[in-house]
Write a protein that binds this ligand. Structure first.
Ligand SMILES: [Zn+2]
Length: 173
């Protein structure tokens, strides 16, 4: 039995934020510290991905375990109101699958990071390590090259404009 009434449970759940979660902010800070510059919540891409590194044609989806139905303890569902939560969460998962597929089809690399994976400092470090390994090195210049360039400048350099289609910017030759 859920310890809360359905109304109270709904109010608690609605306060779980779906964007700019703590985990996401920590990951962004870590990437920034490594010299990576990103754009966040890019609405023109399918599913408005959380973190986008246009320079690397790379998208990071930070997923909250509850809202995106991760197979872990954090994703534990309230016992009450299953008729409400199950279809709602199933729709979220379906949306995620579609968005990731559309992004990949448009040439983006997509890495999904679960909230629970970056909860601890060690987990965060491992995840950042994996992402850094993922990112293409050549023929792109080292990420340090982006350090003193603003996001706007990155957008100019690599031709990422809101009006453009979904494809990532081409690699410079
Ligand atoms: Zn999880």
């Amino acid at each position: 039995m859920d310890i809360y009434t359905p109304a109270k449970r709904s109010s608690i759940m609605s306060k779980i934020r779906s964007t700019d979660t703590k985990a996401e902010v920590r990951l962004r800070k870590a990437l920034f510290a490594f010299g990576y510059r990103y754009r966040k919540n890019v609405r023109r891409l399918p599913g408005a991905p959380d973190i986008v590194l246009p320079r690397f044609a790379y998208v990071i989806q930070v997923r909250g375990c509850f809202w995106h139905a991760h197979d872990c303890r954090r994703a534990h569902r309230p016992n009450s109101n299953a008729d409400y939560w199950n279809p709602k969460l199933a729709r979220n998962v379906e949306r995620d699958v579609k968005a990731d597929r559309a992004l990949r089809a448009a040439g983006w690399r997509v890495r999904v990071v679960w909230e629970c994976e970056i909860q601890s400092a060690a987990g965060l470090k491992d995840t950042v390590g994996l992402i850094v390994t993922d990112l293409p090195r050549s023929p792109m210049p080292a990420p340090q090259g982006l350090r003193h360039i603003s996001n706007d400048r990155v957008r100019c350099l690599f031709g990422v404009r809101p009006s453009q289609d979904l494809a990532p910017p081409r690699e410079p030759r």
